[in-house]
Design a protein around this ligand. Structure first.
Ligand code: AMP
Length: 283
């Protein structure tokens, strides 16, 4: 695996590969890699001629400075995992390299209501920061394909829309399945910050999503959400931010009769001061 810290060095190689008709699969990450991230590298290797991973803790997508400060950094271990997964290129840029004109010099494209709901409602400015960094990294890497985890389901939809409106519609966006621990807990870089008890408590998130999927056929959306809220009330150590059932394509409440097979449940909750998210398609 070759490691780069500048756009210029990486582009010298990727431009040559593109000229040869090769495809470049890109996996943007913030590091502290786990098997969820590695599944994306494997998917990129499977579908494309070359794979590029970036590790960049993007300051513009954090709404809380403390969350940014506490973000785990494990570069040496990350490199080993990437080597083992046969990742071809690693981009490890500085903030100045990603944002040469300053990180605040950005106007997000208008991609509609999706940026202001769910995660966007609770993390003001989050998706603007995500669109900013993903667009910039796609331009830095010259990627032909983008691989994103459905663990961040809304982020995947936001980035798919963003690429279409900023002139990156040639980039094929792939949404890859959520990798879970045996217990059902969705793998996340943030899980390392959970206490033993916190990790036990966190299992209730995926448990409730599964239960909601089972209940879907006999209950309307309001009832599914109410039952979930009542369930989480039993655990005072879990601070539920939202548990919503929405249309899986628009992330809006369906108008008219619920189409049960088109629904997704999405959840965000705080445990041990750690913000966890998860989701499950209900069909
Ligand atoms: P992050 O480093 O958390 O920004 O995540 C980088 C990419 O890895 C994003 O596309 C995430 O959706 C994806 N990802 C994180 N956790 C998982 C997981 N458990 N399963 C699948 N993809 C994941």
């Amino acid at each position: 695996m070759k490691t780069f810290s500048t756009e210029k060095e990486l582009q010298a190689i990727s431009a040559k590969l593109l000229k040869e008709g090769k495809t470049i699969g890109f996996v943007p990450t913030m590091g502290a890699l786990h098997s969820g991230h590695i599944s994306l590298i494997e998917a990129a290797n499977e579908a494309c001629d070359f794979s590029v991973c970036s590790i960049f803790v993007n300051p513009t997508q954090f709404d809380k400075q403390v969350d940014l400060d506490k973000y785990p950094i494990t570069i040496e271990a990350d490199k080993k995992l990437l080597e083992a997964a046969n990742c071809d290129f690693l981009l490890l840029p500085s903030v100045a390299e990603v944002y040469p004109n300053g990180k605040d010099n950005y106007t997000a494209p208008d991609i509609g209501k999706i940026v202001g709901i769910l995660e966007g409602k609770h993390r003001i400015g989050h998706f603007e920061g995500v669109m900013q960094v993903v667009e910039r990294l796609l331009r830095m890497t010259l990627a032909t394909d983008l691989f994103m985890g459905l663990k961040d389901y809304q982020q995947y939809l936001v980035c798919s829309k963003m690429t279409k409106v900023v002139g990156l519609d040639h980039v094929k966006v792939h949404g890859m399945p959520i990798v879970r621990e045996k217990s059902g807990l969705a793998k996340s870089s943030r899980n390392v910050r959970l206490s033993k008890n916190g990790k036990e408590l966190a299992l209730n998130i995926s448990k409730r999503l599964k239960k909601t999927r089972v209940l879907n056929y006999k209950n309307n959306i309001k009832r599914l959400e109410k039952k979930a809220e009542e369930f989480f009330e039993k655990f005072p150590e879990i601070e539920l931010e939202y548990f919503e059932v929405v249309d899986k394509n628009t992330l809006m409440k369906p108008t008219g009769k619920d189409k049960k097979e088109n629904l997704i449940a999405l959840c965000a909750a705080w445990i041990d001061g750690v913000r966890l998210i998860d989701n499950m398609v209900l069909s």
